[in-house]
Design a protein around this ligand. Structure first.
Ligand code: NAP
Length: 291
């Protein structure tokens, strides 16, 4: 059994994919840029390779003997260049299939930078001649962990979502779907739109997190400009803050965005709910990140 390369193995969806692949007994190879993280994987019995998408030689080595790959890149303007380089390198190395994390609403003419960048890569992957599965997830529930500090210190979650209801997805389900697409038949050429099981508002989020940690949490609706300034103050680049404000404006216009059944159909079980997520991550919401 040739290995499955998992890029972004230390990240949110990559770590989940790796975990589900291990449960399935797959032969995996974790990719990270960090030697210490690679050593950590090896210590846990997971073969690992150190490579950067921007380093063709390291990428070629990472892809040696690989049969399939999970492709994810952090949100950055380098998505098109890095992911297309990965697809070309994979083809050259004899890789048979790529499962790519894209974004809901990927569109070459979309309003978001991320929608356009992912659409560009999707089109490259579709015309590469490789087998593929494209995962287009909605916003992750794990993004809520960015609110830990205000939850702890002010009992509040600030956002510009208004009353929009969004089918937020638990990234663990993205990993489970990716693992299925990498190990089971029937997923080639498919584009999955991945959502949670229900559309939830940020008031629902505040209530669910509050219930899970036994504390009263309020949702505080802020203006787009305040949200943009808050994100930039927290270190988000302007293009990303702009994308997220645009996304939330769209969400408010749409009102309710309905869930899809793709997670249920692939996994044969429902996606994790907001309540599941809040319960399972209660400790993370109670502990402030250090540094
Ligand atoms: N968050 C959302 O709500 C959402 C919704 C829909 C779609 N998406 C899409 O999901 C993707 C992000 O997924 P994620 O949250 O799982 O990512 P992530 O947690 O940011 O992890 C990505 C991993 O990639 C590795 N990495 C970073 N730069 C690299 C480089 N130059 N070369 C090789 N590896 C590199 C990092 O690991 P090392 O430091 O160990 O190398 C990092 O852990 C984005 O493309 C985004 O558009 C996100």
């Amino acid at each position: 059994m040739k290995p499955i390369l998992v890029t972004g193995a230390t990240g949110t969806t990559g770590s989940a994919t790796l975990q589900y692949l291990k449960v399935k007994g797959a032969n995996v190879r974790a990719m990270t840029r960090d030697k210490a993280h690679a050593a950590g994987f090896e210590a846990r019995g997971i073969p690992a390779v150190v490579a950067d998408f921007g380093d063709p030689a390291a990428l070629a080595k990472a892809l040696e003997g690989v049969e399939k790959a999970f492709l994810v890149h952090p949100p950055s303007p380098e998505i098109p260049q890095h992911e297309k380089a990965f697809i070309h390198a994979a083809k050259k190395a004899g890789v048979k299939k790529i499962v790519k994390v894209s974004i809901i609403g990927a569109d070459l003419h979309g309003a978001l930078h991320l929608a356009r960048w992912h659409a560009e890569v999707e089109s490259c992957l579709k015309s590469s001649g490789l087998a593929y599965t494209i995962l287009r997830p909605h916003s992750f529930l794990q993004n809520l962990l960015a609110n830990v500090a205000t939850i702890q210190h002010e009992g509040a979650i600030y956002s510009d979502n208004g009353d929009a209801k969004i089918p937020l997805i638990d990234a663990r389900d993205i990993g489970a779907v990716a693992a299925a697409a990498l190990t089971e038949e029937g997923h080639d050429g498919k584009v999955y739109h991945l959502t949670g099981p229900a559309a939830v508002s940020f008031r629902d989020v505040a209530q669910a997190v509050g219930k899970a940690i036994g504390k009263d949490i309020q949702y505080v609706d802020v203006s787009d400009e305040a949200a943009r300034q808050g994100m930039m103050g927290a270190g988000f680049p302007k293009w990303l803050a702009d994308d997220l404000v645009t996304l939330n404006q769209l969400g408010r216009q749409l009102g309710v965005q309905q869930p899809t059944s793709d997670v249920d159909e692939v996994l044969g079980r429902p996606a994790h709910s907001l309540a599941d997520f809040a319960r399972d991550y209660a400790r993370a919401f109670e502990m402030e990140a250090v540094g």
